[in-house]
Design a binder for this molecule. Sequence first.
Ligand SMILES: Nc1ncnc2c1ncn2[C@@H]1O[C@H](COP(=O)(O)OP(=O)(O)O)[C@@H](O)[C@H]1O
Ligand SMILES: [Mg+2]
Length: 339
Amino acid sequence: MNSNNLDDINEMDETMDLPRVRHTPPSRKKSTHVLKKMTRSALTGWDSIAANIKNFTYQPSRHESEWLMSSLGEFYDQRWFEDILMMVKGGKEASVYLCRSSVQVGVPLIAAKVYRPRRFRNLKNDHIYREGRSQVETDGKIILDDGKLHAMAQKTRFGMELLHESWLGHEYKTMELLAKAGADIPRPYASGANAILMQYIGDEVAAAPTLNTISLSSTEARVLFERVVHNIDVCLKAGRIHADLSAYNILYWQGEISLIDFPQAIHPDENRNAYRIFQRDVLRVCEYFAGQGVHSDPLGLARQLWLAQGRRIAPEIDPLYLDPEKREDRRAWEKQGRS
Ligand SMILES: Nc1ncnc2c1ncn2[C@@H]1O[C@H](COP(=O)(O)OP(=O)(O)O)[C@@H](O)[C@H]1O
Ligand SMILES: [Mg+2]
């Protein structure tokens, strides 16, 4: 691969505008979602959290308080947690809180990732990441309803709400899948319309820092580099590419790493840009570790990991996704025949 291609990867978010493809055929596999048995009316839980929020250790501002009550009320009601101890990280798009869990949860602390209502509205070129992905509701069910799919395609207000929930549902399902596959990620516990509960990495005093803020000894850097590469491989085997992997989305705690932040994860065989997105992930990881004294060949490594699983570098597009009426799709088909 030459340097132009590398530039392409880095510029991808700014420049890509590919023809859309149809949805993957919906799978009817049952979801193991924690909240699947809940009725809609039980989902708010506003009253009980509203009565108790003033006693929480962490005291949110008034505006934040309403947002927290609507996003976390259902979990409070179900006794996932009894106190919010601190905000781990607040952002324009999502904030993560440390909560003290209720005894029956079995672990003392949990993390709640709460999304801003418009978290996914500004995601650049979101269709690149949504390609080949079924839209799921927050309870993990795949959206089959034509009206809903149309609303999402048209990005009506209702459609945007569904898209928001679908990104969140996708992040949660991805975490479930990767945890099962043995990846080093926080264990996902539950998800709602606007929040995900997961294993907290850190202790009561401080949350685990992200790797970009850490300087490693050369021995530890080598060990952790290999661990991250192992995780990239585990994810790929499980049919996922993180798609926003970098030292900013890797936590470091007591000599171990955890990958976080999965809403953009893609399937390696269902996205035409999969290999380039995969290369970008590998490249960003290698860049951080190069700064820690671990030198590697990022493109060679990406290639090796990809080919080791029997994938082609120019993955074929399933004819199911090609529309013979579209010139660019016909061209892709011809090109594929030649490769
Ligand atoms: N399970 C967790 N345990 C401890 N801290 C976490 C956890 N998940 C996220 N964080 C912290 O919250 C920040 C934001 O989370 P992240 O999932 O990366 O969302 P985003 O980058 O979209 O805001 C992370 O950089 C990290 O500092
Ligand atoms: Mg992040």
